[in-house]
Design a protein around this ligand. Structure first.
Ligand code: MG
Length: 409
Protein backbone atom coordinates (compact mmCIF):
# COMPACT_ATOMS: atom_id res chain seq x y z
CA UNK A 1 0.00 0.00 0.00
CA UNK A 2 1.42 3.32 -1.03
CA UNK A 3 1.91 6.10 1.52
CA UNK A 4 -0.02 9.29 0.85
CA UNK A 5 2.07 11.96 -0.88
CA UNK A 6 4.00 14.19 1.49
CA UNK A 7 4.70 17.86 1.17
CA UNK A 8 8.17 19.26 1.32
CA UNK A 9 8.84 22.90 1.97
CA UNK A 10 11.46 24.37 -0.28
CA UNK A 11 12.81 27.85 0.25
CA UNK A 12 14.99 29.93 -2.00
CA UNK A 13 16.30 33.28 -0.94
CA UNK A 14 18.52 36.17 -1.81
CA UNK A 15 19.38 39.48 -0.28
CA UNK A 16 21.10 42.79 -0.76
CA UNK A 17 22.21 45.58 1.50
CA UNK A 18 23.76 48.97 0.86
CA UNK A 19 24.83 51.92 2.93
CA UNK A 20 22.97 54.31 0.66
CA UNK A 21 24.10 57.67 -0.59
CA UNK A 22 24.20 59.70 2.58
CA UNK A 23 25.39 57.50 5.38
CA UNK A 24 29.08 56.93 5.86
CA UNK A 25 28.60 53.29 6.74
CA UNK A 26 26.07 50.50 6.87
CA UNK A 27 24.52 49.83 10.26
CA UNK A 28 22.05 47.29 8.89
CA UNK A 29 22.82 43.61 9.28
CA UNK A 30 21.22 40.52 7.82
CA UNK A 31 21.46 36.79 8.09
CA UNK A 32 20.04 33.83 6.23
CA UNK A 33 20.28 30.09 6.40
CA UNK A 34 17.88 27.32 5.53
CA UNK A 35 15.56 28.05 8.43
CA UNK A 36 16.20 31.57 9.61
CA UNK A 37 16.10 34.96 7.90
CA UNK A 38 16.88 38.11 9.85
CA UNK A 39 17.22 41.82 9.16
CA UNK A 40 18.40 44.27 11.80
CA UNK A 41 18.80 48.03 11.62
CA UNK A 42 21.16 49.31 14.26
CA UNK A 43 21.29 52.76 15.74
CA UNK A 44 23.57 54.56 18.11
CA UNK A 45 26.46 56.95 17.87
CA UNK A 46 30.07 55.99 17.23
CA UNK A 47 30.02 52.26 16.39
CA UNK A 48 26.90 51.55 18.41
CA UNK A 49 24.46 50.87 15.61
CA UNK A 50 26.75 48.54 13.76
CA UNK A 51 27.67 46.65 16.90
CA UNK A 52 24.07 46.39 18.10
CA UNK A 53 22.74 45.05 14.80
CA UNK A 54 25.48 42.48 14.34
CA UNK A 55 25.48 41.41 17.96
CA UNK A 56 21.74 40.86 17.91
CA UNK A 57 21.75 38.96 14.64
CA UNK A 58 24.66 36.75 15.67
CA UNK A 59 23.05 35.95 19.00
CA UNK A 60 19.84 34.82 17.36
CA UNK A 61 21.66 32.93 14.61
CA UNK A 62 23.76 31.01 17.11
CA UNK A 63 20.91 30.12 19.44
CA UNK A 64 18.83 26.95 19.54
CA UNK A 65 15.83 27.95 17.47
CA UNK A 66 13.84 25.04 16.20
CA UNK A 67 10.50 26.24 17.55
CA UNK A 68 8.81 29.51 18.32
CA UNK A 69 9.58 29.44 22.04
CA UNK A 70 13.27 29.01 21.33
CA UNK A 71 13.16 31.73 18.71
CA UNK A 72 11.52 34.15 21.08
CA UNK A 73 14.04 33.24 23.78
CA UNK A 74 16.84 33.83 21.27
CA UNK A 75 15.61 37.36 20.63
CA UNK A 76 15.25 38.02 24.35
CA UNK A 77 18.80 36.79 24.76
CA UNK A 78 19.92 39.11 21.94
CA UNK A 79 18.28 41.96 23.82
CA UNK A 80 20.17 41.03 26.99
CA UNK A 81 23.50 40.78 25.20
CA UNK A 82 23.12 44.13 23.42
CA UNK A 83 21.83 45.85 26.54
CA UNK A 84 24.61 44.57 28.79
CA UNK A 85 27.28 45.33 26.22
CA UNK A 86 25.95 48.87 25.99
CA UNK A 87 26.16 49.22 29.75
CA UNK A 88 29.69 47.84 29.89
CA UNK A 89 31.14 49.90 27.05
CA UNK A 90 30.73 53.66 27.51
CA UNK A 91 31.21 54.38 23.82
CA UNK A 92 28.34 52.00 23.03
CA UNK A 93 25.96 53.47 25.55
CA UNK A 94 22.44 53.82 24.20
CA UNK A 95 22.95 51.58 21.20
CA UNK A 96 20.07 49.49 19.98
CA UNK A 97 18.68 47.80 16.94
CA UNK A 98 15.53 46.70 15.29
CA UNK A 99 15.24 43.00 14.56
CA UNK A 100 12.78 41.25 12.34
CA UNK A 101 12.94 37.53 11.63
CA UNK A 102 11.21 34.90 9.55
CA UNK A 103 11.95 31.36 10.64
CA UNK A 104 10.87 27.82 10.01
CA UNK A 105 9.45 26.52 13.21
CA UNK A 106 8.63 22.98 14.25
CA UNK A 107 5.09 23.14 15.56
CA UNK A 108 3.51 19.87 16.61
CA UNK A 109 3.76 17.61 13.55
CA UNK A 110 4.42 20.23 10.90
CA UNK A 111 6.71 23.05 9.99
CA UNK A 112 5.32 26.52 9.99
CA UNK A 113 6.66 29.99 9.59
CA UNK A 114 7.07 32.13 12.63
CA UNK A 115 7.64 35.85 12.27
CA UNK A 116 9.13 37.78 15.14
CA UNK A 117 9.58 41.50 15.33
CA UNK A 118 10.94 44.29 17.48
CA UNK A 119 11.20 47.77 15.97
CA UNK A 120 10.28 49.05 12.53
CA UNK A 121 12.08 46.77 10.14
CA UNK A 122 9.37 44.84 8.35
CA UNK A 123 8.26 41.53 6.96
CA UNK A 124 5.98 41.67 3.92
CA UNK A 125 4.21 38.89 2.09
CA UNK A 126 3.70 39.11 -1.64
CA UNK A 127 0.88 36.82 -2.76
CA UNK A 128 -1.06 36.92 -6.02
CA UNK A 129 0.31 40.35 -6.84
CA UNK A 130 -0.72 41.81 -3.50
CA UNK A 131 1.76 43.11 -0.97
CA UNK A 132 0.85 42.84 2.69
CA UNK A 133 2.86 44.12 5.61
CA UNK A 134 2.79 41.35 8.21
CA UNK A 135 4.65 43.06 11.03
CA UNK A 136 3.57 46.08 12.99
CA UNK A 137 6.06 48.93 13.36
CA UNK A 138 7.00 49.80 16.90
CA UNK A 139 7.21 53.50 16.24
CA UNK A 140 5.55 56.50 17.76
CA UNK A 141 3.85 57.43 14.52
CA UNK A 142 2.69 53.88 13.74
CA UNK A 143 1.04 53.72 17.14
CA UNK A 144 -0.74 57.00 16.48
CA UNK A 145 -2.00 55.55 13.19
CA UNK A 146 -3.16 52.34 14.89
CA UNK A 147 -5.08 54.40 17.45
CA UNK A 148 -6.73 56.35 14.64
CA UNK A 149 -5.11 59.61 15.70
CA UNK A 150 -3.11 60.02 12.50
CA UNK A 151 -3.64 58.97 8.90
CA UNK A 152 -0.97 57.38 6.76
CA UNK A 153 -0.33 60.52 4.75
CA UNK A 154 0.30 62.59 7.84
CA UNK A 155 2.44 59.81 9.26
CA UNK A 156 4.79 59.96 6.28
CA UNK A 157 5.75 63.53 7.03
CA UNK A 158 5.43 63.48 10.80
CA UNK A 159 8.55 64.87 12.51
CA UNK A 160 8.66 61.84 14.83
CA UNK A 161 8.07 59.26 12.08
CA UNK A 162 11.39 57.59 12.77
CA UNK A 163 11.10 57.48 16.51
CA UNK A 164 10.97 53.94 17.82
CA UNK A 165 8.96 52.82 20.79
CA UNK A 166 10.54 49.40 21.03
CA UNK A 167 14.00 48.14 20.13
CA UNK A 168 16.54 45.49 20.98
CA UNK A 169 19.06 46.45 23.63
CA UNK A 170 17.56 49.70 24.84
CA UNK A 171 16.00 48.31 27.98
CA UNK A 172 16.74 45.25 30.12
CA UNK A 173 13.53 43.62 28.93
CA UNK A 174 11.89 43.53 25.57
CA UNK A 175 8.52 42.47 24.27
CA UNK A 176 8.61 40.48 21.04
CA UNK A 177 5.69 40.37 18.61
CA UNK A 178 5.18 37.06 16.89
CA UNK A 179 2.95 35.50 14.27
CA UNK A 180 2.57 31.93 13.11
CA UNK A 181 1.86 31.26 9.43
CA UNK A 182 1.06 28.22 7.37
CA UNK A 183 3.51 27.83 4.46
CA UNK A 184 1.72 28.44 1.17
CA UNK A 185 3.32 27.65 -2.16
CA UNK A 186 4.03 30.71 -4.25
CA UNK A 187 4.30 33.10 -1.35
CA UNK A 188 7.19 35.50 -1.47
CA UNK A 189 8.36 37.07 1.78
CA UNK A 190 10.41 40.21 1.96
CA UNK A 191 12.27 41.37 5.06
CA UNK A 192 13.61 44.90 4.90
CA UNK A 193 14.93 47.83 6.85
CA UNK A 194 13.23 51.22 6.78
CA UNK A 195 15.83 52.51 4.34
CA UNK A 196 13.80 50.74 1.67
CA UNK A 197 10.29 51.60 2.79
CA UNK A 198 11.11 55.26 3.40
CA UNK A 199 12.18 55.61 -0.23
CA UNK A 200 9.70 53.37 -2.06
CA UNK A 201 5.94 53.14 -1.99
CA UNK A 202 4.35 49.76 -1.39
CA UNK A 203 3.04 49.75 -4.96
CA UNK A 204 6.58 50.10 -6.34
CA UNK A 205 7.81 47.33 -4.08
CA UNK A 206 4.93 45.09 -5.11
CA UNK A 207 5.61 45.75 -8.77
CA UNK A 208 9.26 44.81 -8.42
CA UNK A 209 8.49 41.69 -6.41
CA UNK A 210 5.97 40.63 -9.02
CA UNK A 211 8.40 40.65 -11.93
CA UNK A 212 9.26 37.04 -11.30
CA UNK A 213 12.98 37.56 -10.91
CA UNK A 214 14.97 35.36 -8.60
CA UNK A 215 15.20 36.58 -5.00
CA UNK A 216 18.74 37.88 -5.25
CA UNK A 217 18.12 39.87 -8.44
CA UNK A 218 14.91 41.26 -7.03
CA UNK A 219 16.56 42.27 -3.73
CA UNK A 220 19.41 44.03 -5.52
CA UNK A 221 16.95 45.84 -7.76
CA UNK A 222 14.96 47.10 -4.78
CA UNK A 223 18.06 48.34 -2.97
CA UNK A 224 19.18 50.00 -6.20
CA UNK A 225 15.81 51.74 -6.50
CA UNK A 226 16.08 53.00 -2.92
CA UNK A 227 19.42 54.54 -3.80
CA UNK A 228 18.00 56.08 -6.97
CA UNK A 229 15.31 57.73 -4.87
CA UNK A 230 17.88 59.32 -2.62
CA UNK A 231 19.40 56.52 -0.60
CA UNK A 232 19.08 58.56 2.57
CA UNK A 233 19.53 55.55 4.80
CA UNK A 234 21.10 52.12 4.73
CA UNK A 235 18.74 49.77 2.97
CA UNK A 236 18.52 46.02 3.26
CA UNK A 237 16.23 43.58 1.50
CA UNK A 238 16.01 39.84 2.04
CA UNK A 239 13.59 37.88 -0.11
CA UNK A 240 12.41 34.33 0.55
CA UNK A 241 10.37 32.35 -2.00
CA UNK A 242 8.22 29.49 -0.82
CA UNK A 243 7.72 26.36 -2.84
CA UNK A 244 5.93 23.27 -1.68
CA UNK A 245 6.88 20.04 -3.41
CA UNK A 246 4.76 16.94 -3.37
CA UNK A 247 6.91 13.93 -2.55
CA UNK A 248 5.58 10.60 -3.77
CA UNK A 249 8.42 8.44 -2.53
CA UNK A 250 8.08 6.77 0.83
CA UNK A 251 11.77 7.39 1.39
CA UNK A 252 11.19 11.06 1.16
CA UNK A 253 8.64 10.85 3.89
CA UNK A 254 9.57 14.11 5.49
CA UNK A 255 6.84 16.38 6.61
CA UNK A 256 8.87 19.28 5.44
CA UNK A 257 12.34 20.45 4.86
CA UNK A 258 14.07 23.40 3.43
CA UNK A 259 16.77 23.55 0.87
CA UNK A 260 19.54 26.02 0.83
CA UNK A 261 19.84 28.44 -1.98
CA UNK A 262 23.12 30.17 -1.42
CA UNK A 263 23.45 33.58 -2.85
CA UNK A 264 26.40 35.81 -3.34
CA UNK A 265 25.50 38.01 -0.45
CA UNK A 266 23.88 35.79 2.12
CA UNK A 267 25.10 32.31 2.62
CA UNK A 268 28.53 30.93 1.81
CA UNK A 269 28.14 28.35 -0.97
CA UNK A 270 29.91 25.59 0.90
CA UNK A 271 28.42 25.95 4.31
CA UNK A 272 29.10 22.49 5.76
CA UNK A 273 26.77 22.54 8.71
CA UNK A 274 24.54 25.44 9.52
CA UNK A 275 24.15 24.26 13.09
CA UNK A 276 27.80 24.98 13.81
CA UNK A 277 28.85 28.55 14.39
CA UNK A 278 26.23 30.05 12.18
CA UNK A 279 27.72 33.42 12.87
CA UNK A 280 30.20 32.92 10.07
CA UNK A 281 27.30 33.19 7.68
CA UNK A 282 27.35 36.81 8.46
CA UNK A 283 29.42 38.63 5.96
CA UNK A 284 31.10 41.89 6.77
CA UNK A 285 28.70 44.03 4.87
CA UNK A 286 28.47 46.66 7.49
CA UNK A 287 31.40 48.95 7.17
CA UNK A 288 32.93 51.66 9.28
CA UNK A 289 30.78 53.47 11.70
CA UNK A 290 29.08 56.79 11.40
CA UNK A 291 28.01 59.41 13.84
CA UNK A 292 25.10 60.30 11.62
CA UNK A 293 21.96 59.46 13.44
CA UNK A 294 18.91 60.34 11.51
CA UNK A 295 16.55 58.39 13.65
CA UNK A 296 16.04 58.57 17.32
CA UNK A 297 14.47 56.44 19.96
CA UNK A 298 11.59 57.32 22.13
CA UNK A 299 14.10 56.15 24.69
CA UNK A 300 16.28 59.03 23.58
CA UNK A 301 13.52 61.44 24.31
CA UNK A 302 13.28 60.10 27.81
CA UNK A 303 17.02 60.19 28.01
CA UNK A 304 17.07 63.75 26.79
CA UNK A 305 14.46 64.67 29.35
CA UNK A 306 16.46 62.98 32.07
CA UNK A 307 19.58 64.71 30.81
CA UNK A 308 17.78 68.02 30.89
CA UNK A 309 16.77 67.39 34.49
CA UNK A 310 20.33 66.47 35.38
CA UNK A 311 21.66 69.56 33.62
CA UNK A 312 19.09 71.71 35.39
CA UNK A 313 20.08 70.20 38.73
CA UNK A 314 23.75 70.75 38.02
CA UNK A 315 23.08 74.34 37.01
CA UNK A 316 20.97 74.84 40.10
CA UNK A 317 23.63 73.39 42.37
CA UNK A 318 26.34 75.38 40.59
CA UNK A 319 24.30 78.54 40.93
CA UNK A 320 23.64 77.79 44.58
CA UNK A 321 27.35 77.20 45.14
CA UNK A 322 28.19 80.45 43.37
CA UNK A 323 25.66 82.37 45.43
CA UNK A 324 27.01 80.82 48.61
CA UNK A 325 30.58 81.68 47.62
CA UNK A 326 29.69 85.25 46.67
CA UNK A 327 27.69 85.59 49.85
CA UNK A 328 30.55 84.32 51.93
CA UNK A 329 32.95 86.69 50.17
CA UNK A 330 30.57 89.62 50.50
CA UNK A 331 29.92 89.01 54.18
CA UNK A 332 33.33 87.83 55.29
CA UNK A 333 34.87 91.26 55.74
CA UNK A 334 34.17 94.52 57.56
CA UNK A 335 34.60 98.12 56.79
CA UNK A 336 34.58 101.34 58.68
CA UNK A 337 32.38 104.02 57.25
CA UNK A 338 30.02 106.83 58.04
CA UNK A 339 26.29 106.60 58.66
CA UNK A 340 24.33 109.63 59.72
CA UNK A 341 27.56 111.50 60.40
CA UNK A 342 28.74 108.84 62.78
CA UNK A 343 31.60 106.45 62.34
CA UNK A 344 30.32 102.89 62.14
CA UNK A 345 31.65 99.43 61.56
CA UNK A 346 29.73 97.56 58.89
CA UNK A 347 29.82 93.94 57.96
CA UNK A 348 30.33 93.34 54.24
CA UNK A 349 31.98 94.95 51.28
CA UNK A 350 31.95 98.71 50.81
CA UNK A 351 28.91 99.55 48.70
CA UNK A 352 27.71 95.98 48.89
CA UNK A 353 28.21 93.16 46.40
CA UNK A 354 25.40 92.13 44.11
CA UNK A 355 22.41 91.78 46.37
CA UNK A 356 24.50 91.43 49.52
CA UNK A 357 24.22 94.82 51.20
CA UNK A 358 26.47 95.64 54.18
CA UNK A 359 24.86 95.53 57.57
CA UNK A 360 25.57 97.63 60.62
CA UNK A 361 27.85 95.79 63.00
CA UNK A 362 28.82 98.49 65.47
CA UNK A 363 27.66 102.03 66.02
CA UNK A 364 30.17 104.45 67.53
CA UNK A 365 29.68 107.80 69.19
CA UNK A 366 32.38 109.31 67.01
CA UNK A 367 30.99 112.00 64.75
CA UNK A 368 32.57 113.02 61.49
CA UNK A 369 33.09 116.60 62.76
CA UNK A 370 35.45 115.17 65.37
CA UNK A 371 37.64 113.55 62.74
CA UNK A 372 40.74 115.09 61.36
CA UNK A 373 40.41 116.19 57.77
CA UNK A 374 42.62 113.33 56.67
CA UNK A 375 40.53 110.72 58.55
CA UNK A 376 37.31 112.22 57.28
CA UNK A 377 38.57 111.93 53.70
CA UNK A 378 39.56 108.31 54.35
CA UNK A 379 36.07 107.49 55.48
CA UNK A 380 34.26 109.19 52.60
CA UNK A 381 34.46 105.94 50.69
CA UNK A 382 35.03 103.74 53.73
CA UNK A 383 37.99 101.68 54.86
CA UNK A 384 37.84 97.97 54.11
CA UNK A 385 39.15 95.72 56.89
CA UNK A 386 39.83 92.06 56.79
CA UNK A 387 38.11 91.33 60.09
CA UNK A 388 36.23 92.83 62.98
CA UNK A 389 39.31 93.18 65.21
CA UNK A 390 41.08 95.22 62.55
CA UNK A 391 38.03 97.39 62.22
CA UNK A 392 37.87 97.96 65.97
CA UNK A 393 41.57 98.77 66.06
CA UNK A 394 41.05 101.24 63.22
CA UNK A 395 38.23 102.92 65.15
CA UNK A 396 40.39 102.99 68.26
CA UNK A 397 43.13 104.76 66.33
CA UNK A 398 40.60 107.23 64.94
CA UNK A 399 39.44 107.94 68.44
CA UNK A 400 43.00 108.70 69.53
CA UNK A 401 43.23 111.34 66.81
CA UNK A 402 39.90 113.10 67.43
CA UNK A 403 39.89 116.85 67.41
CA UNK A 404 39.56 117.98 70.98
CA UNK A 405 36.40 119.97 71.72
CA UNK A 406 34.70 119.10 68.49
CA UNK A 407 31.58 117.25 69.70
CA UNK A 408 29.34 118.02 66.76
CA UNK A 409 26.91 120.08 68.75
MG1 MG B 1 17.32 52.47 8.89
Amino acid sequence: MNSPPMRRLRLTWGGATDQGRIRANNQDAMYADSALFVVADGMGGHQGGEVAANLAVRTVANADRSNREQLRDAIIEANRVVHETALEEPELHGMGTTLTALAVSQEADSHQFVILNVGDSRVYRHRDGELEQLTEDHSYVAELVRRGELDNQAAEVHPYRNMLTRAIGVHADVEVDEWLLEPVAGDRFMLCSDGLTNELADTEIAEQLGLGQDPSTSAKALVGLANERGGRDNSTVLIVDVQVEVIESEEANLSSETTDSPTSVITPPNEPNPSKDRSKDLSDRTEQTSNIKERSWLYDRVHIKLSAVVIALVLLLTSAAMVTTIGWYARSSYHVGVVANHVVIQKGRIGGLLWFEPTLEHWTDIQTVQLTEQDRQRLVNGEQMSDLDDAKLFVSNLRSRLIKGADGN
